[in-house]
Design a protein around this ligand. Structure first.
Ligand SMILES: C[S@@+](CC[C@H](N)C(=O)[O-])C[C@H]1O[C@@H](n2cnc3c(N)ncnc32)[C@H](O)[C@@H]1O
Length: 193
């Protein structure tokens, strides 16, 4: 079995077990964007089991910095990074992105925002700060409630709406929402802030 086949099988298993990893069509856009911007340094906020990081690492010689706060997923991601032989190109930062993002000094070519949706808006200024001009921010699940908002999710849905409004109103970003997965915002940073 090739690495790609093994990865596809692990991704399919994760999705079947409802352990979060981005959908195949979202991954395809991420890989396309990474190639388009010639991404050498990628930031992922929300590692999960590390399967999206692995896919991005297998397609190029990029490095990934990824942030995860859940101990079980951190352990699973470390196993997956070792399994695919990419550990030396991954920096897995353990903890809450709210605490970690302000401490980062690197500049990234692509940022994949895939953590708690309620925090997207809060993380937007940090994503903007950490993204190089010409780089791209991808935020997953932004159309999570496009076909209706359950009563208990109204607040979360409002947070996502406000995140999208802020992103689209920001003149430094050219943003579009693609109908892949549960909605992927793809925002190119046009100029340095
Ligand atoms: C959708 S999953 C990530 C899936 C992964 N990006 C992939 O495509 O394989 C979201 C992950 O973000 C983590 N997470 C949520 N909010 C976070 C935060 N504020 N800081 C760090 N990790 C967070 C969750 O524990 C969960 O593992």
């Amino acid at each position: 079995m090739t690495n790609q086949e093994r990865l596809a099988a692990l991704r399919a298993a994760a999705m079947e077990e409802r352990d979060p990893t981005c959908s195949d069509d979202v991954l395809a856009v991420l890989m396309q964007e990474a190639a388009r911007v010639g991404a050498k340094h990628i930031l992922e906020i929300g590692t999960g089991r590390g399967l999206t990081s692995v896919a991005l690492l297998l397609q190029s010689d990029a490095c990934v910095t990824t942030i995860e706060r859940d101990q079980a997923r951190i352990a699973a991601a470390r196993v997956n990074f070792a399994l695919f032989g990419v550990s030396d190109r991954v920096t897995l930062l353990e903890g809450d992105a709210a605490d970690i993002l302000p401490c980062l000094e690197d500049v990234f070519d692509l940022i994949f925002l895939d953590a708690a949706k309620v925090q997207y808006r809060r993380f937007l200024p940090e994503c903007k700060r950490l993204l190089r001009a010409g780089g791209v921010l991808c935020a997953d699940d932004v159309l999570l409630f496009s076909s209706g908002v359950p009563k208990k999710r109204k607040m979360l849905a409002q947070h996502i709406v406000e995140f999208l409004q802020e992103l689209q109103a920001d003149g430094d970003f050219a943003a579009a929402v693609l109908p892949v997965g549960k909605g992927l915002a793809v925002a190119r940073k046009e100029r340095a802030q």
